[in-house]
Design a protein around this ligand. Structure first.
Ligand SMILES: Nc1ncnc2c1ncn2[C@@H]1O[C@H](COP(=O)(O)OP(=O)(O)O)[C@@H](O)[C@H]1O
Ligand SMILES: [Mg+2]
Length: 277
């Protein structure tokens, strides 16, 4: 992948320190057929600029709900949700998002799919003007030459690469990743995780990624927020102090294994106090 120069997504932003994402005492309930489910109970998390945070927990513990609340796609029932120091009311413009399914439109070429967020926000002319940027992004993820193909001509991994480009085309500061490679085979997934990590760090972006895989969490995270279910709560936090520039080779190291054990323990206890490496 080549290096693309990106402008500061928020030029002129004042230097006031503080978390980029701030979640405090957030609750979310769903009511269906007269029954109320507490998806999130008193969840508090902060994410600093440039941090890679992983939400780890079993299915149904509220990971997607929390990500959707940060993205402004779902309101919290109560509690504080701030992005860039502002309360989240709609979809914050600093945010790009990616899901397990690439959801590319089959009747648009890869290039047209990637430019779609620009077209929606700024119209067709802006989308055409963004083509040089689309080419840079295709280069960045190793899809050079595939821009004029149709989604169904690409493998699952390549479709997810296109989804990465579509997420980046609006130059978001924050990447919200909901099990982005969960549907891929293990080999492709490992490779994509490594590239995603490298890309996020090189572009200086902030990421929150959801997974139920402990090893994946340790591989990717600066910090793991472990969640437990019924109701969805933060069970504990594991600071992963492995150096950046991680490759799959690190997964066999004793340090890596010790973080895996720590995270597993917090998951099991479900109520452990904060643990640090
Ligand atoms: N739109 C919804 N309506 C009703 N219940 C929901 C809805 N979305 C999520 N839930 C419930 O909230 C809980 C958390 O769901 P979710 O955030 O999808 O968990 P995860 O992503 O960790 O698997 C689950 O019990 C789920 O059934
Ligand atoms: Mg989910």
């Amino acid at each position: 992948m080549s290096v693309v120069a990106y402008p500061d997504p928020q030029p002129g932003r004042d230097a006031a320190p503080g978390p980029l994402i701030r979640i405090e005492g957030v609750n979310r309930t769903f009511t269906r057929d007269g029954k109320t489910v507490t998806a999130l109970s008193d969840v508090s998390i902060t994410v600093a600029p440039g941090e890679f945070v992983v939400l780890l927990g079993p299915s149904g513990c509220g990971k997607s709900t929390l990500l959707n609340i940060i993205a402004g796609l779902l309101p919290a029932t109560s509690g504080l949700v701030e992005v860039g120091g502002q309360p989240v009311t709609g979809i914050p413009q600093q945010i790009g998002m990616m899901f397990q399914k690439a959801t590319l439109l089959p009747w648009r070429t890869i290039r047209e799919n990637i430019a779609l967020p620009v077209q929606i926000a700024q119209g067709r002319k802006a989308a055409r003007a963004a083509q040089a940027r689309v080419d840079d992004l295709l280069d960045l993820v190793g899809l050079r030459g595939f821009g004029d193909q149709w989604p169904n001509e690409l493998s699952g991994g390549m479709q997810q690469r296109a989804a990465i480009c579509r997420m980046l085309v609006t130059n978001p500061e924050i990447l919200l990743l909901d099990e982005p490679f969960g549907a891929l085979d293990e080999f492709t997934r490992e490779h994509m995780n490594m590239q995603m990590l490298d890309l996020t760090h090189r572009l200086g972006r902030t990421a929150v990624l959801v997974t139920h895989s402990i090893a994946e969490a340790v591989f990717l995270a600066d910090r793991i927020v472990v969640m437990s279910a019924r109701p969805g709560r933060v069970a504990g936090v594991v600071d992963v102090k492995l150096p950046r520039g991680r490759t799959p080779a690190i997964t066999t190291s004793p340090e890596f294994q010790s973080y895996v054990e720590q995270a597993r323990q917090v998951l099991q206890d479900g109520h452990s106090a904060e643990m640090t490496g």
